[in-house]
Design a binder for this molecule. Structure first.
Ligand code: C2E
Ligand code: CA
Ligand code: CA
Ligand code: CA
Length: 279
């Protein structure tokens, strides 16, 4: 039995080594990815339910690896967070999204609001406000056409600092969304203190919205609550017509999901908004 235990340990250890080696390789690759232009941004439309038109888009990072192909952010964002690489990557995505949005406007396309995911790390970097200011200045984008998406767990670290930073961002004219609302370390008292423009209802509540009574109760309550607080409600992960009808009935303001469009590369998104203009 002792010997068997030893073998199990050996096996476990070599698996660990392979895993940490893979991780190390991935970290080295990720460090080079930006220089090599392998990091890119896809855009997923956000639709205003009142008008039925595209209101904005979420910038979603993609890694086009030369051997492994397209790598999902779910696979490399956690590593990027751990290694601190999320700061240069996230700052690049922010600048690229602002630059691209301004380029579309200068081409005469209708102005849209671009939403950018901001990680805890980025948000807590000294000089974050200055970074946002500088990015808006250098790209020439109107501050009200930029929305920053922060997750609730950002809040956990230092609430006073978050409240202050959000207020300063609002003064700049930038919009703020709370992402993945209802998951993680959610607390309604934060929602009260963080003066945000939009609440993004997490997609886990939208799935089975029309077949699960608890999800339906949560979603209708979140929509009603945000409206009473003068906050817009956005449902993410909308995949079916039935979900859309439900959300429309309960007055949800905006939707995002595969039903309307998956995240698209720049040229496909541009095509979509050109067609949308002609509707
Ligand atoms: P998120 O911010 O919650 O983004 C929404 C995710 O849901 C995206 O996954 C999007 O492709 C996916 N999605 C959209 N509509 C649907 C739908 O109808 N059904 C389903 N099943 N999924 C849908 P993606 O692009 O893989 O991104 C995953 C996560 O990675 C994001 O979740 C976000 O937390 C993170 N992420 C992406 N880009 C960035 C970035 O630039 N910076 C940071 N810090 N995080 C990012
Ligand atoms: Ca998001
Ligand atoms: Ca989300
Ligand atoms: Ca999510």
């Amino acid at each position: 039995a002792k010997e068997k235990g030893g073998n199990t340990f050996q096996l476990y250890r070599s698996e660990m080594n392979i895993r940490s080696l893979e991780r190390l390789n991935m970290e080295i690759d990720l460090r080079r990815a930006m220089e090599r232009g392998e990091i890119m941004v896809y855009y997923q439309p956000i639709v205003d339910l009142g008008s039925g038109r595209i209101y904005g888009m979420e910038a979603l990072v993609r890694w086009k690896h030369p051997i492994r192909g397209m790598i999902s952010p779910a696979e490399f964002i956690p590593l990027a967070e751990e290694t601190g690489l999320i700061v240069p990557i996230g700052n690049w995505v922010l600048k690229e999204a602002c630059r691209q949005n301004e380029e579309w406007i200068s081409q005469g396309l209708p102005p849209l609001v671009v939403a950018v995911n901001i990680s805890v790390n980025q948000f807590q970097q000294p000089g974050f406000i200055q970074l946002i200011k500088g990015t808006l200045e250098s790209t020439g984008l109107d501050p009200k056409l930029l929305c920053l998406e922060i997750t609730e767990n950002v809040a956990m670290k230092n609430v006073n600092y978050i409240v202050e930073t959000i207020d300063k961002l609002r003064e700049l004219g930038v919009r703020i969304s709370i992402d993945d609302f209802g998951t993680g370390y959610s607390s309604l008292s934060y929602l009260k203190r963080f003066r945000v423009h939009t609440l993004k209802i997490d997609q886990s509540f939208i799935q089975e919205l029309t077949t699960d009574e608890e999800n339906a109760a949560i979603v209708t309550a979140l929509i009603a609550m945000s409206h009473k607080m003068n906050i817009k409600a956005l449902a993410e992960g909308v995949e079916t017509k039935a979900q859309l009808e439900f959300l429309r009935r309960y007055g949800c303001d905006e939707i995002q999901g595969y039903l309307f469009s998956t995240p698209l590369p720049v040229s496909d998104f541009e095509h979509l908004i050109r067609v949308n203009r002609n509707l």
